[in-house]
Structure formats: C-alpha cells, structure tokens
Design a protein around this ligand. Structure first.
Ligand code: NDP
Length: 313
C-alpha cells in the first residue's frame, strides 16, 4: 500500500498543526500523521496562559483541538497513525505508517516533539495534572506563594528552580548526587537563592495527598548506613530530569546532537537532507515552548513551499 504526497507532516503538537495550517493555505495538500499522542505534550498540561491571543487562558487539550480544526478548515488531511520507519536515502522519501502503509513524500516536516522524562513512579501518573508537572514555565504560575519541589541537578532543574523561586514561597531541589551537574553560573544562582533548599543525595519514593499533591516521601543516602527517610510538604512536584527528543526513526539519515535533537541550519528548519525540515521540540533543546514550536512549524511550511516551487514539483 503506497501513497504519494507532496508534503508529509509527522507529529501533531503546535509545530505540526501550524505547519499544516500554512501548508494547506499554500495549496500543498499536506498529510499529517498525529502519532501516539494526538496534540502532543500540551495535552498533558492544564491551563496555557502564555500563548498570545488567549487573554483568559485555555486548556492544553482545548488549544490543540482548535489548532487541529484550523488546519482542517483549510483542507489539511489529518490522520491517526504513527510513523514507524523511514527511508530518506533519496527523494521521494519513504515513511512507513503503523508498520504497513508506505507514504512517498516529496517533502517532510518532522515535528515529533520531545518527551519529558519521568522517574517512573506510579504516583506521577496518579497526580498527573494535580500537582505533578514537567514544565515550570507552563505550570509554575499556579504555585504562587506555595511550596514546590523540583527533581534534577542539571541546567534545566536549576533554571526551573530559579524560575519557580520567583513565584513560590519555597522550592526544594531534589538532587540524587552530592553535587549539581549544572553549569557553574546556574549552580550559583540556585545556591545563593534564599528560597531554594537543595536536598543533595535525596531520591523520591512517592507522593502523598488527598487528590492533589500535598507532600513527598524521600530517602536520603539510600543504601548507606546512615540512610534516612525524609518527608517534605509541597503543593507541586516538577520533573526536570531531561527530555528525550522523538527522533529515533530519522537517525540513520538526519544529523542529531548527542542527546538526539535534530540539528538544523541555524535560524532555519532545514536539516542535512534537502526537502526534509524539522520544527518544534524535536529540534529545540533550548526553548521548548508552544509559541516557539508554532513559529518553527510556520517556517518549515514556508520552506516546503519554496523548495517545491524551486524544484518545480
Ligand atoms: P541533564 O541530562 O543535563 O540533567 C539531568 C539531571 O537529572 C541530572 O542532574 C541527573 O542526575 C538527573 N536525573 C536523571 N535521571 C534521574 C532520576 N531517575 N532520578 C533523579 N535524578 C535524575 O538534562 P537537562 O534537561 O538539565 O539539560 C539538557 C541539556 O540542555 C544540557 O546540555 C543542558 O546544559 C542544556 N540546557 C541548557 C540551559 C541553558 O543553558 N540555559 C537550560 C536548560 C538546559 P545525575 O547528575 O545524577 O545524572
């Protein structure tokens, strides 16, 4: 089963849907495959208050429904399906959907996003959207004058802890090692902030609370002779232990950095394969915001339009 398309968009967060809006308005008849989590990471966020145009905020799932409706209004063909393999050795490029259907595409926009890493505790699922978050910029505002914890010892964790300290009354930074891995300047910001208490050599065992997070059970120096159980009272629990960009199926052809983020020519969504573009979090280790993802989706669609017209396809 093979189908030929001019513009294939893989992934359905703000980057993919924005690319679909622009590509369909440019008459490119884009086909978009939504992937495992239609709507992407925003569907796990409650309220989005920092996307311009929504002065009263909107929930992440609602926002993604609107993005999708806007793309469909201009004729984008949005389908449920998951890209399982690629062959980008020569155009038209081949993408396998759900292990069976082959799409041949003149151009591809990769907008498969990134997945925040979680500790793997059952309580993270239990309290999802009720005190557990992996994005301080998205959800920090709801914890003004409250107590929160951030897990991780890298730059993201330090950045998120510092950001949250500007809102919350108290921030615990839970670090499994006896030191921070973050850059010196980020460490200094954290260590000199009176609102942040760094809990070195602590690991999280579970969360407590009636319907919403009210505390965390930790263990200090696990497995050592002086191992100690610690309980902290918190209203929010933020994971900042890294993201995994969803780029595995492209790696045989597309250049990525050591973490797996797709490398693009700076200031553009162009990858090392002509006609293949990357937009949103899969290519963005720095900003990871809905608005920046949407902006890069727009850029990618404009690039596709120019590429196809240059090639006369
Ligand atoms: P990192 O991989 O750098 O750090 C992850 C942190 O999470 C580490 O402290 C790690 O601990 C900890 N961790 C991982 N798994 C677990 C676990 N299961 N339990 C407890 N802790 C865990 O990821 P970041 O997202 O912080 O950074 C990614 C990249 O982005 C880095 O290159 C960073 O420099 C960059 N970045 C730069 C920023 C800036 O310049 N402003 C801002 C944010 C990120 P351990 O140390 O023990 O492995």
């Amino acid at each position: 089963m093979t189908e030929k398309v001019r513009c294939l968009i893989i992934g359905s967060g703000p980057a993919g849907y924005t690319a679909a809006i622009y590509a369909s308005r440019a008459n490119l008849s884009p086909v978009l495959y939504e992937g495992m989590q239609p709507g992407g990471q925003l569907t796990t966020t409650n309220d989005v208050e920092n996307f311009p145009g929504y002065p009263n905020g909107i929930t992440g799932p609602e926002m993604m429904v609107e993005f999708k409706a806007q793309a469909e209004r201009f004729g984008a063909d949005i389908r449920f399906g998951y890209a399982t393999a690629t062959d980008l050795s020569a155009a038209p490029y081949k993408v396998t959907i759900d292990g069976e259907k082959i799409i041949e595409a003149d151009t591809i926009i990769i907008s498969t996003g990134a997945t925040a890493k979680y500790l793997g505790l059952p309580d993270e699922t239990k309290y999802s959207g009720s005190g557990v978050s992996a994005c301080a910029t998205c959800d920090g505002f709801f914890y003004r004058k409250r107590k929160v914890a951030v897990v991780g010892g890298g730059d993201t964790a330090c950045e998120e802890a510092t950001y949250l300290a500007g809102l919350a009354d108290k921030v615990f930074l839970i670090v499994r090692k006896p030191f921070l891995r973050a850059s010196k300047i980020m460490q200094e910001r954290v260590l000199s902030n009176p609102k942040i208490e760094v809990l070195f050599e602590h690991e999280t065992l579970g969360l407590t609370g009636d319907k919403v997070v009210q505390g965390a059970n930790l263990v200090k120096r696990r497995g050592q002779s002086d191992e100690e159980q610690v309980h902290i009272e918190i209203d929010g629990f933020f994971l900042a232990i890294g993201h995994k960009p969803n780029s595995d199926i492209f790696k045989p052809w597309i250049d990525t950095d050591e973490v797996g983020y797709i490398k693009t020519i700076p200031g553009t969504p162009r990858t090392n394969v002509e006609g293949v573009f990357a937009a949103g979090d899969v290519a963005d280790p720095h900003y990871r915001q809905a608005i920046t993802a949407a902006g890069s989706g727009c850029q990618a669609a404009i690039e596709v339009e120019r590429y196809l017209s240059e090639k006369g396809i």
